[in-house]
Design a protein. Structure first.
Ligand code: UDP
Ligand code: MG
Length: 314
């Protein structure tokens, strides 16, 4: 009987030291399983020896596939490229830094065999910097209030997708990708398996605070128009309050005549409204900026080199 093909998709940005380790761990894992498998490394414009190491692996092992970008396009693009290139009936997405233990793959596959199109690996936050886990949990609480899809703390990209779910993800072609939201948006019955947080093996996390912040904003803005509504309601409320205040002052002036020139009130309302307007412009700008980027219809990434056979690269 033909064995089912499982693809493992791994975005890698400056993961030179980890490439071989991940491959070895996968080899060991799949040795005990009755699946055929392939791994798709996506080299996201690394400046270290990642590509060289991937090439070396690919020359030795037929199951090693890779796609290498012309520059760093970001993790979301790398993930997309990997998913497009994967040929498996089931696809496992994991990081290159061994924070996603390959030992969990049998559990993920078990979920797949039970018929789940999405099997999510959920981690706890053992050993993570207190400040980061605090900020994360705060973020998820806020976002879930705001957003129209559900996001869960500790559920990242480490997951298995069945063919159906994978095709669904690939049809969502937006340029500003926020995978966590997309995975949740496509639906399908999900199964969750749990694992302990693992510290990074080599190198360091490529996320700066600024990138995390931008990722956070992306998560809110790419999924709904609520911030726009919120700004509109605030504007209306402030307008209504100001109208009340203006009528009050008008009547007072009619009764008592002009009093002390109201320097304080004028300057405070000017400043406050100025602030509100700037914030609103910023929020609108976020959306307009995204429309602008989407209308360009630029490709998500450009490939310089690959051993995956495909007709075209979009
Ligand atoms: N990554 C990528 N492109 C980037 C940044 C990161 O492909 O621009 C990859 C990275 O090599 C790793 C995964 O995305 O395999 C997760 O990155 P990282 O470990 O830095 O993030 P964290 O685990 O801290 O969320
Ligand atoms: Mg990591």
């Amino acid at each position: 009987m033909e064995k089912l093909l499982v693809s493992v998709v791994i975005p890698a940005f400056n993961e030179g030291e980890n490439i071989e380790l991940v491959h070895e761990a996968l080899q060991n894992e799949f040795a005990g399983l009755s699946y055929s498998w392939e791994v798709v490394f996506v080299n996201d414009g690394s400046s270290d020896d990642s590509l060289k190491n991937i090439r070396t692996l690919a020359n030795t092992y037929p199951e090693v596939k890779y796609v290498s970008f012309t520059r760093n396009f970001g993790k979301e693009a790398a993930l997309f490229a990997g998913l497009e290139s994967a040929r498996g009936e089931a696809v496992v997405i994991m990081d290159a830094d061994l924070q996603h233990p390959p030992a969990l793959i049998p559990d993920l596959l078990e979920g797949y065999e039970e018929g789940y199109q999405q099997v999510v690996a959920k981690r706890n936050r053992v050993g993570e910097a207190k400040s980061r886990s605090f900020l994360s949990s705060l973020y998820y609480k806020t976002v879930n209030r705001l957003i129209q899809v559900d996001l869960h703390d500790g559920e990242g990209d480490f997951r298995l997708l069945g063919r159906q779910a994978l095709e669904a993800i690939l049809t969502l072609s937006e340029g500003n990708r926020f995978s966590k939201g997309l995975f949740s948006w496509i639906g399908f019955e999900q199964k969750t398996v749990h694992f302990d947080n693992v510290e990074r093996q080599n190198g360091h996390s490529q996320w700066s605070l600024k990138q995390l912040l931008e990722y956070g904003i992306e998560g809110i803005v790419s999924f709904n128009q609520r911030p726009l509504r919120f700004v509109m309601y605030t504007g209306l409320l402030i307008m209504a309050l100001s109208l009340l205040y203006i009528s009050f002052i008008f009547v007072m002036t009619l009764i008592r005549g002009v009093e002390e020139p109201g320097y304080f009130t004028i300057i405070s309302s000017v400043l406050f409204l100025g602030g509100v307007q700037l914030v609103s412009l910023g929020v609108i700008g976020e959306y307009v900026g995204r429309i602008y980027m989407e209308t360009k219809k630029r490709p998500h990434y450009l490939v310089q080199e690959s051993n995956v056979e495909r007709d075209t690269y979009e």
